[in-house]
Design a protein. Structure first.
Length: 397
């Protein structure tokens, strides 16, 4: 019967891993999938993670089941890190959490929860957004619509259009997916005043914030990268959070994430907690523990936490430095707008103003691997390849 299945198209992001790996040009620059790379192009296990693994190996005496909400220490410590330990979201008892299989698992659980509470809700996503947002959230059956976010030609956020679309067309109870920081794929983040404006608009229209926080610590720093989430959590009775430990703890393949539902009352939070657990049980029964146990070990130990924060900050600073160098190299050649945009954008990604044909050319003629959309992962560049990268980009434009 399986001959009846249709062939699957290559994945826009994961598919690029293989394509880039197959290129043997020593001058290859791989800016495809969103993984952090250090100055020699490696993605090492973070020091604090290695140390936590050693301790876990020594101390763990059982692999028995933990439960459908995953590792409770992880849920508590990671929530405190993200919302702030003394925040009202944490102290009020209004927050229901569960460990998820990566940020993606958290997005799926969050969307399922929204669907259970309000099957008529539409989820609004930015144009553009992470290539897997629509497939992942859409597979809940919820309706998805798009709001304008970024203009690839001007390389700026279309904030007025974003507000107008949501003001005119979103209906009460719809959810708005917002990238907490380091917008994927553009790197263009809302300013503090834009967060306030969008918060006011959503509050007035009774829209539910659904925050995807996958890059905390890699934009402006840990606390600053939670600015939008914390602002919303302070004023909205309800919101949904999907957070990831893939990038900031380098735990990609371990699949560690957190879904959170901030509810109007502690009683509502109990209901949400129950439904998240039930959904988890029906989908995968329970999330895997290894990565979450490592994060919990790090966050429970001040010395390990400090070391993790230092290494995370080094990663962030390296990427900011690469942005500045690429900006300078582009500026020398007169590409002022692109230079300014890339320098100011945050986190791993920027969206180059290139067509799919030009992206193809960058790959086939220059061995510069980026997504068809024009997305580059700046962490894949190196100081010694920056000038060549700027030359290649300008050569195809
Ligand atoms: C990316 O955007 O490159 C990462 O989040 C990896 C993925 O799963 O798409």
């Amino acid at each position: 019967m399986f001959e009846t299945l249709s062939a699957t198209p290559p994945d826009a992001i994961v598919g690029m891993i293989k394509i880039a790996a197959a290129d043997t040009n020593p001058k290859k620059i791989d800016l495809g999938v969103g993984i952090y790379q250090d100055k020699v192009g490696a993605t090492p296990v973070m020091r604090a993670v290695k140390e936590a693994e050693k301790r876990l190996l020594r101390e763990e005496d059982s692999k028995k089941y933990i439960g459908i909400h995953g590792n409770p220490a992880f849920n508590s410590l990671f929530s405190k890190l993200i919302f702030g330990a003394n925040s009202e979201a944490i102290t009020s008892g209004r927050l229901a959490t569960a460990q998820a299989a990566g940020g993606s698992g958290a997005l799926r659980l969050g969307a399922e929860l929204i669907k259970l509470a309000n099957p008529a809700a539409t989820i609004w996503v930015s144009t553009p957004t992470w290539a897997n947002h629509q497939p992942l959230i859409g597979s809940t059956g919820l309706r998805i619509k798009q709001y304008p976010y970024y203009n690839k030609e001007t390389q700026r956020i279309d904030f007025d259009d974003m507000c107008a679309e949501l003001r005119d067309n979103a209906k009460v109870g719809d959810a708005v997916l917002l990238h907490g920081c380091c917008h994927n794929p553009t790197g263009a983040d809302l300013s503090e005043s834009q967060w306030q404006t969008i918060a006011d608009l959503m509050l007035e229209k009774n829209l539910l914030p659904f925050v995807d926080l996958a890059y905390a610590g890699l934009g402006d720093g840990l606390a600053q990268d939670s600015y939008g989430l914390r602002l919303l959590a302070g004023i909205f009775p309800e919101l949904v959070l999907a957070a990831s430990c893939s990038k900031n703890f380098g735990l990609y393949k371990e699949r560690v994430g957190l879904v959170g539902a901030l509810c109007a009352t502690p009683d509502d939070a109990k209901l949400a907690h129950g439904q998240i657990g039930l959904t988890m049980r029906r989908m995968i029964s329970m999330p895997p523990d290894h990565g979450a146990a490592l994060v919990a070990k790090i966050l429970a130990d001040p010395a390990l936490t400090a070391d993790w924060k230092t290494e995370l900050e080094d990663m962030r600073v390296r990427m900011t430095g690469l942005r500045a160098s690429l900006g300078e190299a582009l500026l020398v050649q007169g590409a002022e707008q692109m230079a300014a945009a890339i320098t100011a954008q945050k986190g791993m990604f920027s969206l180059l103003p290139v067509s799919q044909e030009q992206a193809d050319k960058l790959r086939s003629e220059h061995s510069v691997f980026l997504l068809n959309s024009g997305r580059i992962n700046i962490a894949g560049a190196r100081t010694e390849t920056i000038d060549r990268l700027a030359d290649c980009i300008l050569a195809v434009l």
